[in-house]
Design a binder for this molecule. Structure first.
Ligand code: GLU
Length: 511
């Protein structure tokens, strides 16, 4: 009988969720929905030292904002709970005891100093990666080596001890990955991983495997950085006698820096000024805020569409996918192996597409809200016309205001670059003449303004691309914007004249 698909997103609440983690959540969600399965949220908070306050709530808010509804999780509950690993300690302790009883795990009493000394000794013997493994464990302080009575005595005396996994000597461990095919690793590369720490709590590997089994997870879809851990997990399934119900693995390709080399990092995003967190995050230690995709103006549906295509590709040329389309089209077979360049311009492109597709009333509302926030009353009812002029130019909702506020308020700063390159004696004289003609211009309509300017340009034998930017800067302060003649008509005759005059006063002699 086919098992119901059950997948989990298993973040550790150690900080803000990185955009790569959001993609992992999305792929799990799409896969679950496609096969009418369950999308489970499991909070992997075993490492209490690394817990960050607010990180779990941040994960929940992110999933909520993106509309990735969780079927079972710490808030939703479910029959396989609890869904926070810190609440499952007893369960892990039971299974660790089973492994000890089967001889697949052992107690180790080595102190940090002894562990250090072991590493130093191995380094001196030119071992490149010194570790606690099938060889070195022979001369360490553990229950494989020490007499039974001594082990019991130490336990009774409360000597701190961990439980380590007993890895087999020189054995090839294979597993099948749905994206990469067969993956093989020899146990010589593995160490005897700590499964239970001395405080009685589990490590990632152990809790992860126990929970995937108990929560009846059918597919583990996670980032490729977990490939080296998978042989350890495979061994644990074997040791616990769960091999036949082992989930299938699918390791997602890395997200790479925009130039295509190396893993995408927060630093790359900070340096280039793009977001890497889905929502704004305030670091509780430093108090530093990092703006998220949401606050930068990304729409959740645009971000989902962008992320879906970072690793997965549809079988046709389609690029715009609603969440429902994605659920239908998504297959693990069409996820690639190689890393994906993180191209923020592509994300902007998606946002622009989704924004423009919104009904006019929704878009105008963005502008009206900004006007209200800036205490501007749209006395002449310009908002709708401004919106029409701006609609094709905006990428983010706030652009309506940022790029269109000049329709409502005078510019206070002027584009430096345009001034440097276009402000000459000649452009000044043309602007002055243009201003004089505008005073008596009737009607003050875009086509009339346009022909007036064109005549002037011809008479003065000056290039249009010398004059237009200066007119635009004088009126709007900006180097680019919507159709200038239509903008002038909207700004109005009196206001245009006043702005040009102010500009001419402020910049009397071209530099
Ligand atoms: N807690 C791990 C993480 O933070 C989960 C890895 C996995 O999915 O197995 O990514």
């Amino acid at each position: 009988m086919e098992r119901t698909v059950r997948v989990r997103f298993a973040p550790s609440p150690t900080g803000a969720l990185h955009i790569g983690g959001v993609r992992t959540a999305l792929y799990n969600y799409l896969f679950a929905k496609k096969y009418h399965g369950k999308f489970i949220l499991r909070i992997e908070d075993t490492d209490q030292m690394r817990l960050v306050p607010g990180a779990e709530a941040y994960i929940l808010h992110t999933l909520q904002w993106l509309g990735l509804e969780v079927d079972e999780g710490p808030i939703q509950g479910g029959t396989f709970g609890p869904y926070r690993q810190s609440e499952r300690t007893k369960i892990y302790q039971e299974y660790a005891a089973q492994l000890i009883a089967k001889g697949k795990a052992y107690y180790a009493f080595d102190t940090p100093e002894e562990l250090n000394a072991m590493r130093e000794r191995l380094k001196a013997a030119r071992v490149t990666a010194p570790q606690y493994n099938t060889v070195s464990r022979e001369w360490m302080k553990n229950s494989l080596v020490l007499p039974k009575e001594e082990v019991i005595a130490m336990q009774q005396a409360g000597v701190p001890c961990v439980i380590r996994m007993k890895t087999p000597h020189q054995e090839d461990i294979r597993f099948h990955d749905l994206i990469r095919g067969w993956v093989k690793m020899n146990t010589t590369a593995l160490d005897d991983k700590v499964l239970m720490k001395s405080d009685g709590t589990p490590t990632y590997h152990f809790a992860n495997v126990v929970d995937d089994y108990l929560m009846q997870i059918t597919h583990v879809i996670r980032g490729e950085e977990w490939i080296p851990s998978t042989p350890i997990h495979v061994l644990l399934y074997r040791y616990l006698g769960w091999e036949t119900s082992m989930p299938q693995f699918a390791h997602l390709p890395l997200l790479l820096k925009p130039e295509g080399t190396g893993k995408l990092s927060k630093r790359d995003a900070d340096e280039r000024g793009f977001a890497i967190f889905p929502l704004t995050w305030k670091d509780p230690t430093s108090g530093v805020y990092t703006q998220g995709f949401r606050e930068k103006g990304y729409l959740p549906e645009a971000l989902l569409n962008f992320l879906a295509l970072l690793g997965w590709s549809p079988s046709n040329q389609q690029d715009i996918f609603s969440k429902e389309d994605l659920i239908k089209a998504f297959t693990i077979e069409r996820i690639g192996k190689s890393g994906i360049k993180f191209d923020i311009h592509k994300a902007e492109w998606f946002n622009q597409r989704y924004l423009r597709a919104k009904p006019d009333e929704v878009l105008v509302a963005y502008l009206l809200k900004a006007l209200e926030e800036n205490e501007i009353t749209d006395t002449q009812g310009k908002a709708l016309q401004v919106f029409r002029l701006m609609k094709e130019r905006v990428t983010f909702p706030q652009d309506f205001w940022l790029q269109g506020k000049f329709f409502f308020t005078k510019p206070t700063v002027y584009d430096e670059h345009i001034l440097k390159t276009k402000w000459t004696q000649q452009t000044r004289s043309v602007l002055q003449k243009f201003c004089n003609t505008l005073k008596t211009l009737v009607p003050f309509k875009d086509d009339v303004i346009k022909s007036t300017l064109e005549r002037l340009i011809e008479a003065e034998s000056i290039k249009i691309n010398q004059v237009m930017p200066i007119v635009r800067v004088a009126l709007t302060g900006l180097g680019a914007g919507p159709d200038l003649m239509q903008s002038m008509e909207l700004i109005g005759q009196k206001e245009c004249l006043s702005r040009i005059e102010t500009f001419l006063e402020q910049y009397p002699s071209p530099c």
